[in-house]
Design a protein around this ligand. Sequence first.
Ligand SMILES: Cc1cc2nc3c(=O)[nH]c(=O)nc-3n(C[C@H](O)[C@H](O)[C@H](O)COP(=O)(O)OP(=O)(O)OC[C@H]3O[C@@H](n4cnc5c(N)ncnc54)[C@H](O)[C@@H]3O)c2cc1C
Length: 301
Amino acid sequence: MAVLVIGAGISGIACARALHDAGAEVRVVERGHVVGGRLATKRYAGRPTDIGAAYLTARDPGFRTVVDDWTARGLALPWTDTLLAIEGGVRERTTGPTRFAAAGGLRSLVVDLASGLDVTTGHTATAEEVTGTVVLAMPGPQAARLLPAGHPAHRAAAGQRWHPALAVTLRYADRTWPDFKSAFVNGHPVLQSVADDGSRRGDGAPVLVAHTTPDHARGHLDAPEAAGPEVAEAVGALFDLPAPVAVHVHRWTFATPAYPADTPFLLADGVGLVGDAWGSPRVETAWLSGTALARALVDEV
Ligand SMILES: Cc1cc2nc3c(=O)[nH]c(=O)nc-3n(C[C@H](O)[C@H](O)[C@H](O)COP(=O)(O)OP(=O)(O)OC[C@H]3O[C@@H](n4cnc5c(N)ncnc54)[C@H](O)[C@@H]3O)c2cc1C
C-alpha cells in the first residue's frame, strides 16, 4: 500500500508513523520549512518559544505510551497539574491532568516522531496531487482547498468551523510575576490564556506567551503585529508587570475547531481527513485521529 500524507503536524506524522511501522510505503509532504504544525516552536533572540499548543495532556493509554517514552528520554517534561483561573478580580488554582511540556519546545516531539520517515518540507501540495490513497492532515478549511467540490470529504472539510487566535510572545528584562505556570483568563476582552514559557521549558527565561480570544483575533487577522501593544498592556495589568523588552505576534487563522466531530477521522473515496477537529481540540486528539486512520487503512488491505 502506498499512501501520501499531506501535512506534518502531529496528526499527519502519527498517521505516517503507524503506516510505516505496519510496513506501508508512506510519504509526507509539508508546506512549512519544518515539521510540527501547531506544535510550533519559534526562535526569538535565539531562544525557542512555544507559540502554538501551550502543553499537552495524555489520557489515552496508547498516546500515554508515546508520551512516557518521550519523558523517559528527556524530551517531554511532566510540567504541572495545577493552573490558575482568573476571572475579573478572582484568582483560583485548578487541578487537573498532568500537563506535559518539552525542554526543546513542543515541536521537538513531532521531530522525534518523524525520525526515519520520508518527509519533504517546503512543499505546498496542490489538488492535482490528491490521487490514490491520500491523507489530509490539517484543519478542514485547508483540506477543502485540495478537494473538488462534490467530493464527500470536501463537504466534511469545508463544513468545519474554526476559531482564530494570536500568540503574543512577551520577553521581559526579569521574572517579576508570581509562580502561576499557565492561566486561563475567563471573560476577558483580549486574553484567553497566558503561559510562563520559561517555566514550561525549564530554563527560567523571563518570557510569557499570551493567546488572545477568537473575537479579538478576528479583528486583527489582516495586521496581527498591530495587536502587540494592546496584548502587552493587558498582560501587564493582569500581573502588574513593567513593559516587555520585546513583543512578537504570530497569527493562527485556524487555531482551534469550533465543534468536535463524533468520529475519529473520515475516509471517503480514498481520501482520509484527520486532525484535532475529530474529537476535542487537543494534541492528543490529533495523534489519536492520525493513528486510528492508519489502522483503518492497514485493516482495509
Ligand atoms: C494558539 C493555540 C493553542 C493551543 N493550545 C493547546 C494546548 O494547550 N493543548 C493541546 O492539547 N492543544 C492545543 N492546541 C491545539 C494543538 O496545537 C492541535 O490540536 C494540534 O497541534 C493539531 O495537529 P494537526 O496535525 O491536526 O494540525 P496542524 O498542526 O495544524 O498540522 C497541519 C499541517 O498541514 C500543513 N499543511 C496545510 N496545508 C498544506 C498543503 N497544501 N500542503 C502541505 N502541507 C500543508 C500545515 O503547514 C501544518 O503543518 C493549541 C493550538 C493553538 C493554535
